[in-house]
Ligand binder design. Sequence first.
Ligand SMILES: [Zn+2]
Length: 250
Amino acid sequence: MTETGTAPETDARARVMVIMAHPDDAEFTSGGTVARFAASGYRVQYVLATSGDKGSSDRAAVPEALAATRRAEQRDAARALGVEEVTFLGHHDGEVEVSLAFRRELALVIRQGRPDVVLTFDPWQRYQIHPDHRAVGMTALDAVAAARDHMYFPEQLNGGEDEGLTEHRVHNIYFFGTDQPNYYVDISSTLEKKVAALRCHRSQMGDRDIEGMIRARAAAVGAEVGLAAAEAFHYLPMMRPPELKRLPTW
Ligand SMILES: [Zn+2]
């Protein structure tokens, strides 16, 4: 299911797609950066592999109801950051796997959403425990590669699954959840929005001091490069067309 703000085909703005596993992944890892992209005039789309239907330690929780709650929380959080579109792929929490079928699904989403920039999990982060995080990062990267060329999943193109769909080339990837950061985004101006967005995930927050936690984390990451508050990424340039020079650079 998708919530659409502006129809992508009539929107000339540069586009960011955040491909994640669960509701709240984007806010925790890159909420400040997402808010900066939105404030800089990018059109931002979230793509969630799951609806987080196992994300509760409450023995009374029911997966379907939890998924509905978490989708609503995610939409609220997206709105708080200026994200215009949220797409839920509906996989079950904890069951996302690196597969050709999932790559095909993400390639279709990329060819439909046509992002200039993709944010996703660093699939090479050492000791990443959650299998969904590893699988989403690896498959998102594989899908970016597949979406570029017309002989990959050709049934999706030219009147196949979606009228008029063509191959699509992503310009830049920023991996979050990385242990090899090479790119830091100053989030001093959007830290408040990040905190506000995280507070939207009410089912996940419990009585944690979310603001204190987020501020401390942002300060620690920022201290690595002399910023008051930052988020860290591993930046992978896929190509640098001349027109990218017109986009805001940080
Ligand atoms: Zn997650």
